[in-house]
Design a binder for this molecule. Sequence first.
Ligand code: PHE
Length: 338
Amino acid sequence: TQYTEEINAFSTEKADELEQFRIKFLGTKGIIKDIFDEFKAVSPEEKRTLGKVLNEFKQLAEAKYQFLKENNVAEESVKVADADLTLPGEGFEIGARHPLALVRREIIEIFNKLGFVVAEGPEIEDDWHNFSALNFPEEHPARDMQDTFFIKKGGEKGDIALRTHTSSVQVRMMEAGQPPFRAIMPGRVYRNEAISARAHCFFHQVEGLYLDENVSFADLKQTLFYFVQELYGEGTKVRFRPSYFPFTEPSAEMDISCTICKGDGCNMCKYSGWVEILGCGMVDPNVLENCNIDSKKYSGFAFGMGIERIANLKFEIKDLRLFSENDVRFLKQYKTSL
Ligand code: PHE
Protein backbone atom coordinates (compact mmCIF):
# COMPACT_ATOMS: atom_id res chain seq x y z
CA THR A 1 0.00 0.00 0.00
CA GLN A 2 2.86 2.33 0.73
CA TYR A 3 4.04 1.84 -2.83
CA THR A 4 0.53 2.06 -4.24
CA GLU A 5 0.21 5.53 -2.78
CA GLU A 6 3.59 6.52 -4.07
CA ILE A 7 2.64 5.39 -7.56
CA ASN A 8 -0.70 7.11 -7.47
CA ALA A 9 0.86 10.34 -6.31
CA PHE A 10 3.66 10.27 -8.82
CA SER A 11 3.67 12.58 -11.77
CA THR A 12 6.32 14.17 -13.90
CA GLU A 13 6.91 15.91 -17.16
CA LYS A 14 10.56 15.10 -17.35
CA ALA A 15 11.77 12.12 -19.31
CA ASP A 16 14.65 11.35 -16.93
CA GLU A 17 12.38 11.38 -13.88
CA LEU A 18 10.01 9.02 -15.61
CA GLU A 19 12.96 6.77 -16.41
CA GLN A 20 13.92 6.78 -12.72
CA PHE A 21 10.37 5.72 -11.92
CA ARG A 22 10.57 2.92 -14.42
CA ILE A 23 13.85 1.64 -13.05
CA LYS A 24 12.64 1.82 -9.46
CA PHE A 25 9.42 -0.11 -9.98
CA LEU A 26 9.54 -1.94 -13.27
CA GLY A 27 13.26 -2.40 -13.92
CA THR A 28 14.97 -5.78 -13.89
CA LYS A 29 16.26 -4.96 -10.39
CA GLY A 30 13.15 -2.99 -9.41
CA ILE A 31 10.70 -3.32 -6.55
CA ILE A 32 8.16 -5.37 -8.44
CA LYS A 33 10.77 -7.91 -9.44
CA ASP A 34 11.85 -8.18 -5.78
CA ILE A 35 8.31 -8.70 -4.56
CA PHE A 36 7.66 -11.36 -7.15
CA ASP A 37 10.86 -13.13 -6.11
CA GLU A 38 9.67 -13.21 -2.49
CA PHE A 39 6.28 -14.38 -3.63
CA LYS A 40 7.79 -17.63 -4.85
CA ALA A 41 8.41 -18.71 -1.23
CA VAL A 42 4.80 -18.18 -0.09
CA SER A 43 2.50 -21.15 0.65
CA PRO A 44 0.13 -22.28 -2.12
CA GLU A 45 -3.06 -21.08 -0.33
CA GLU A 46 -1.65 -17.63 0.15
CA LYS A 47 -0.43 -17.52 -3.39
CA ARG A 48 -3.95 -17.29 -4.77
CA THR A 49 -5.05 -14.19 -2.91
CA LEU A 50 -1.66 -12.56 -2.81
CA GLY A 51 -1.08 -13.24 -6.48
CA LYS A 52 -4.13 -11.24 -7.43
CA VAL A 53 -3.05 -8.28 -5.33
CA LEU A 54 0.44 -8.39 -6.75
CA ASN A 55 -0.76 -8.50 -10.32
CA GLU A 56 -3.00 -5.50 -9.76
CA PHE A 57 -0.08 -3.67 -8.24
CA LYS A 58 2.11 -4.45 -11.22
CA GLN A 59 -0.59 -3.36 -13.65
CA LEU A 60 -0.99 -0.12 -11.75
CA ALA A 61 2.70 0.70 -12.08
CA GLU A 62 2.73 -0.22 -15.76
CA ALA A 63 -0.37 1.79 -16.51
CA LYS A 64 1.06 4.82 -14.76
CA TYR A 65 4.27 4.55 -16.67
CA GLN A 66 2.49 4.20 -20.02
CA PHE A 67 0.14 7.05 -19.27
CA LEU A 68 2.93 9.45 -18.32
CA LYS A 69 5.03 8.40 -21.23
CA GLU A 70 2.29 9.04 -23.72
CA ASN A 71 0.69 12.11 -22.23
CA ASN A 72 2.95 14.12 -20.00
CA VAL A 73 6.51 13.75 -21.06
CA ALA A 74 7.52 15.96 -23.95
CA GLU A 75 9.34 14.21 -26.74
CA GLU A 76 12.81 15.53 -27.14
CA SER A 77 12.50 16.97 -30.57
CA VAL A 78 15.38 18.31 -32.58
CA LYS A 79 15.09 22.01 -32.98
CA VAL A 80 15.50 22.91 -36.62
CA ALA A 81 17.39 26.05 -35.69
CA ASP A 82 20.14 23.92 -34.11
CA ALA A 83 20.66 21.73 -37.16
CA ASP A 84 23.22 22.62 -39.81
CA LEU A 85 21.24 22.16 -42.97
CA THR A 86 24.30 22.59 -45.15
CA LEU A 87 25.87 19.33 -43.94
CA PRO A 88 25.90 16.61 -46.57
CA GLY A 89 23.46 13.80 -45.93
CA GLU A 90 24.56 10.48 -44.56
CA GLY A 91 25.40 8.13 -47.39
CA PHE A 92 23.92 4.67 -47.44
CA GLU A 93 25.49 1.74 -49.17
CA ILE A 94 23.91 0.25 -52.21
CA GLY A 95 23.75 -3.53 -52.22
CA ALA A 96 25.49 -5.71 -54.74
CA ARG A 97 24.14 -8.48 -56.89
CA HIS A 98 25.36 -11.95 -56.11
CA PRO A 99 28.07 -13.00 -58.58
CA LEU A 100 26.09 -16.14 -59.45
CA ALA A 101 23.03 -14.02 -60.22
CA LEU A 102 25.14 -11.81 -62.47
CA VAL A 103 26.51 -14.74 -64.40
CA ARG A 104 23.12 -16.43 -64.64
CA ARG A 105 21.65 -13.28 -66.08
CA GLU A 106 24.45 -12.98 -68.59
CA ILE A 107 23.97 -16.59 -69.71
CA ILE A 108 20.24 -16.07 -70.07
CA GLU A 109 20.74 -12.90 -72.10
CA ILE A 110 23.06 -14.62 -74.55
CA PHE A 111 20.66 -17.50 -75.14
CA ASN A 112 17.73 -15.10 -75.36
CA LYS A 113 19.41 -13.59 -78.40
CA LEU A 114 19.31 -17.03 -80.02
CA GLY A 115 15.62 -17.40 -79.26
CA PHE A 116 15.88 -19.58 -76.14
CA VAL A 117 13.27 -18.89 -73.47
CA VAL A 118 13.61 -19.61 -69.74
CA ALA A 119 11.82 -22.64 -68.26
CA GLU A 120 11.60 -23.59 -64.60
CA GLY A 121 10.54 -26.60 -62.56
CA PRO A 122 10.44 -27.94 -59.00
CA GLU A 123 13.57 -28.60 -56.92
CA ILE A 124 11.90 -31.59 -55.28
CA GLU A 125 11.50 -34.19 -58.00
CA ASP A 126 10.37 -37.75 -58.51
CA ASP A 127 12.50 -40.52 -59.93
CA TRP A 128 10.73 -40.38 -63.27
CA HIS A 129 11.59 -36.76 -64.09
CA ASN A 130 15.07 -36.80 -62.62
CA PHE A 131 16.20 -40.25 -63.83
CA SER A 132 13.90 -42.75 -65.52
CA ALA A 133 12.52 -40.58 -68.30
CA LEU A 134 16.10 -39.52 -68.99
CA ASN A 135 17.06 -43.07 -69.81
CA PHE A 136 18.99 -43.82 -66.61
CA PRO A 137 19.08 -47.60 -66.23
CA GLU A 138 17.53 -48.89 -63.01
CA GLU A 139 20.89 -49.63 -61.37
CA HIS A 140 22.82 -46.60 -62.65
CA PRO A 141 25.38 -45.42 -60.06
CA ALA A 142 24.19 -41.81 -60.25
CA ARG A 143 21.01 -42.89 -58.48
CA ASP A 144 23.00 -44.14 -55.52
CA MET A 145 22.64 -42.66 -52.11
CA GLN A 146 26.09 -41.13 -52.64
CA ASP A 147 24.95 -38.55 -55.11
CA THR A 148 21.26 -38.07 -54.52
CA PHE A 149 19.47 -36.69 -51.51
CA PHE A 150 16.43 -38.91 -51.26
CA ILE A 151 13.43 -37.56 -49.42
CA LYS A 152 10.83 -40.28 -49.60
CA LYS A 153 10.61 -43.84 -50.86
CA GLY A 154 7.96 -44.92 -53.30
CA GLY A 155 5.29 -42.73 -54.82
CA GLU A 156 3.40 -42.77 -58.07
CA LYS A 157 6.43 -41.70 -60.11
CA GLY A 158 9.09 -43.33 -57.95
CA ASP A 159 11.23 -42.11 -55.07
CA ILE A 160 11.12 -38.44 -54.22
CA ALA A 161 14.47 -36.65 -54.17
CA LEU A 162 16.12 -33.27 -54.55
CA ARG A 163 16.83 -32.85 -58.24
CA THR A 164 20.43 -33.56 -59.17
CA HIS A 165 20.24 -31.60 -62.42
CA THR A 166 17.75 -29.38 -64.22
CA SER A 167 17.35 -31.94 -67.00
CA SER A 168 14.20 -32.77 -65.06
CA VAL A 169 12.76 -29.51 -66.33
CA GLN A 170 13.44 -30.64 -69.89
CA VAL A 171 11.35 -33.74 -69.28
CA ARG A 172 8.52 -31.67 -67.86
CA MET A 173 8.67 -29.37 -70.84
CA MET A 174 8.62 -32.21 -73.39
CA GLU A 175 5.74 -33.93 -71.59
CA ALA A 176 3.72 -30.75 -71.64
CA GLY A 177 3.84 -30.09 -75.37
CA GLN A 178 5.28 -30.81 -78.78
CA PRO A 179 8.38 -29.38 -80.53
CA PRO A 180 9.75 -26.98 -81.55
CA PHE A 181 11.38 -26.28 -78.17
CA ARG A 182 14.14 -23.82 -77.60
CA ALA A 183 14.62 -23.23 -73.89
CA ILE A 184 17.14 -22.95 -71.10
CA MET A 185 16.57 -24.13 -67.55
CA PRO A 186 18.45 -22.24 -64.83
CA GLY A 187 18.12 -23.48 -61.27
CA ARG A 188 19.58 -24.92 -58.12
CA VAL A 189 20.50 -28.59 -57.97
CA TYR A 190 21.63 -30.84 -55.13
CA ARG A 191 24.22 -33.57 -54.81
CA ASN A 192 25.32 -35.40 -51.74
CA GLU A 193 28.99 -34.43 -51.74
CA ALA A 194 31.34 -33.35 -48.98
CA ILE A 195 31.74 -29.58 -48.99
CA SER A 196 35.19 -28.40 -50.09
CA ALA A 197 36.76 -25.72 -52.26
CA ARG A 198 35.79 -27.74 -55.33
CA ALA A 199 32.48 -29.37 -54.42
CA HIS A 200 29.31 -28.46 -52.58
CA CYS A 201 26.07 -30.15 -51.67
CA PHE A 202 24.22 -27.75 -53.95
CA PHE A 203 25.14 -25.69 -56.97
CA HIS A 204 23.45 -23.94 -59.86
CA GLN A 205 22.98 -25.03 -63.42
CA VAL A 206 21.78 -23.74 -66.71
CA GLU A 207 20.70 -26.53 -69.00
CA GLY A 208 19.38 -26.07 -72.50
CA LEU A 209 17.22 -27.93 -74.97
CA TYR A 210 16.66 -27.41 -78.66
CA LEU A 211 14.25 -29.76 -80.40
CA ASP A 212 12.88 -29.43 -83.90
CA GLU A 213 12.94 -31.17 -87.25
CA ASN A 214 16.43 -31.67 -88.70
CA VAL A 215 18.48 -30.39 -85.79
CA SER A 216 22.05 -31.68 -86.09
CA PHE A 217 25.28 -31.82 -84.13
CA ALA A 218 26.50 -28.88 -86.23
CA ASP A 219 23.71 -26.77 -84.70
CA LEU A 220 24.84 -27.81 -81.26
CA LYS A 221 28.43 -26.82 -81.97
CA GLN A 222 27.57 -23.49 -83.51
CA THR A 223 25.19 -22.56 -80.68
CA LEU A 224 27.71 -23.35 -77.97
CA PHE A 225 30.55 -21.73 -79.91
CA TYR A 226 28.54 -18.53 -80.20
CA PHE A 227 27.69 -18.69 -76.51
CA VAL A 228 31.34 -18.89 -75.50
CA GLN A 229 32.39 -16.03 -77.78
CA GLU A 230 29.72 -13.85 -76.23
CA LEU A 231 30.52 -14.84 -72.65
CA TYR A 232 34.31 -14.95 -72.63
CA GLY A 233 35.14 -12.79 -75.60
CA GLU A 234 35.89 -13.30 -79.23
CA GLY A 235 38.73 -15.68 -79.98
CA THR A 236 37.97 -18.05 -77.11
CA LYS A 237 38.65 -21.50 -78.49
CA VAL A 238 36.48 -24.55 -77.92
CA ARG A 239 37.08 -28.26 -78.21
CA PHE A 240 34.74 -31.21 -77.85
CA ARG A 241 35.68 -34.50 -76.23
CA PRO A 242 33.51 -37.62 -76.50
CA SER A 243 31.68 -38.42 -73.29
CA TYR A 244 28.72 -40.33 -71.93
CA PHE A 245 25.34 -39.28 -70.54
CA PRO A 246 22.37 -41.65 -70.45
CA PHE A 247 20.09 -39.06 -72.03
CA THR A 248 22.25 -38.01 -75.01
CA GLU A 249 23.79 -39.94 -77.88
CA PRO A 250 26.37 -39.01 -78.99
CA SER A 251 27.53 -37.11 -75.93
CA ALA A 252 30.40 -34.69 -75.49
CA GLU A 253 32.11 -32.47 -73.02
CA MET A 254 33.15 -29.04 -74.15
CA ASP A 255 36.38 -27.34 -73.08
CA ILE A 256 37.33 -23.75 -73.70
CA SER A 257 40.80 -22.28 -73.91
CA CYS A 258 41.63 -21.03 -70.41
CA THR A 259 40.42 -17.47 -70.03
CA ILE A 260 42.77 -16.72 -67.18
CA CYS A 261 46.19 -17.76 -68.51
CA LYS A 262 45.01 -17.51 -72.12
CA GLY A 263 46.21 -21.02 -72.79
CA ASP A 264 49.68 -20.73 -71.25
CA GLY A 265 48.86 -22.94 -68.30
CA CYS A 266 47.75 -21.90 -64.83
CA ASN A 267 46.23 -23.35 -61.66
CA MET A 268 42.75 -22.92 -62.96
CA CYS A 269 43.26 -25.09 -66.04
CA LYS A 270 45.77 -27.33 -64.28
CA TYR A 271 48.48 -26.19 -66.72
CA SER A 272 46.72 -27.76 -69.70
CA GLY A 273 45.44 -24.55 -71.27
CA TRP A 274 41.91 -26.00 -71.42
CA VAL A 275 39.00 -25.96 -68.99
CA GLU A 276 35.91 -28.08 -69.15
CA ILE A 277 32.76 -25.99 -68.94
CA LEU A 278 29.80 -28.10 -69.99
CA GLY A 279 28.30 -31.41 -71.04
CA CYS A 280 26.17 -31.75 -74.13
CA GLY A 281 24.87 -34.12 -76.79
CA MET A 282 22.05 -35.09 -79.11
CA VAL A 283 18.93 -36.02 -77.17
CA ASP A 284 18.63 -39.82 -77.04
CA PRO A 285 15.58 -41.08 -79.00
CA ASN A 286 14.55 -43.09 -75.92
CA VAL A 287 14.13 -39.84 -74.00
CA LEU A 288 11.92 -38.42 -76.73
CA GLU A 289 9.74 -41.53 -76.79
CA ASN A 290 9.47 -41.48 -72.97
CA CYS A 291 7.98 -38.02 -73.32
CA ASN A 292 5.63 -38.93 -76.19
CA ILE A 293 7.61 -37.16 -78.86
CA ASP A 294 8.09 -38.76 -82.25
CA SER A 295 11.82 -39.54 -82.45
CA LYS A 296 11.60 -40.21 -86.20
CA LYS A 297 10.29 -36.75 -86.87
CA TYR A 298 12.20 -34.70 -84.31
CA SER A 299 15.80 -34.46 -83.18
CA GLY A 300 17.64 -32.03 -81.00
CA PHE A 301 20.46 -31.25 -78.65
CA ALA A 302 20.80 -30.58 -74.96
CA PHE A 303 23.55 -29.14 -72.81
CA GLY A 304 24.15 -28.39 -69.18
CA MET A 305 26.64 -26.27 -67.28
CA GLY A 306 27.34 -25.28 -63.70
CA ILE A 307 27.03 -21.55 -63.10
CA GLU A 308 29.66 -21.70 -60.35
CA ARG A 309 32.25 -23.01 -62.76
CA ILE A 310 31.48 -20.35 -65.32
CA ALA A 311 31.70 -17.69 -62.60
CA ASN A 312 34.97 -19.12 -61.25
CA LEU A 313 36.54 -18.62 -64.63
CA LYS A 314 35.05 -15.22 -65.16
CA PHE A 315 36.01 -13.80 -61.78
CA GLU A 316 38.97 -16.05 -60.92
CA ILE A 317 37.28 -17.40 -57.83
CA LYS A 318 39.09 -20.46 -56.52
CA ASP A 319 36.86 -21.57 -53.65
CA LEU A 320 33.25 -22.58 -54.26
CA ARG A 321 32.32 -22.01 -50.64
CA LEU A 322 32.64 -18.25 -51.10
CA PHE A 323 29.40 -18.30 -53.06
CA SER A 324 27.32 -19.47 -50.13
CA GLU A 325 29.07 -18.02 -47.09
CA ASN A 326 27.50 -14.58 -47.46
CA ASP A 327 30.70 -12.78 -46.57
CA VAL A 328 29.92 -9.18 -47.44
CA ARG A 329 33.58 -8.42 -48.15
CA PHE A 330 33.43 -10.95 -50.97
CA LEU A 331 29.96 -10.10 -52.22
CA LYS A 332 30.34 -6.35 -52.42
CA GLN A 333 33.11 -6.61 -54.96
CA TYR A 334 30.51 -7.41 -57.58
CA LYS A 335 28.67 -4.11 -57.59
CA THR A 336 27.24 -3.19 -60.92
CA SER A 337 25.12 -0.35 -62.12
CA LEU A 338 22.41 -2.75 -63.23
N1 PHE B 1 22.52 -33.14 -66.87
C1 PHE B 1 23.95 -33.17 -67.04
C2 PHE B 1 24.59 -32.98 -65.68
O1 PHE B 1 23.98 -32.51 -64.77
C3 PHE B 1 24.45 -32.13 -67.98
C4 PHE B 1 24.00 -32.37 -69.38
C5 PHE B 1 22.83 -31.82 -69.83
C6 PHE B 1 24.75 -33.13 -70.25
C7 PHE B 1 22.41 -32.05 -71.14
C8 PHE B 1 24.35 -33.33 -71.55
C9 PHE B 1 23.19 -32.81 -71.99
O2 PHE B 1 25.76 -33.28 -65.49
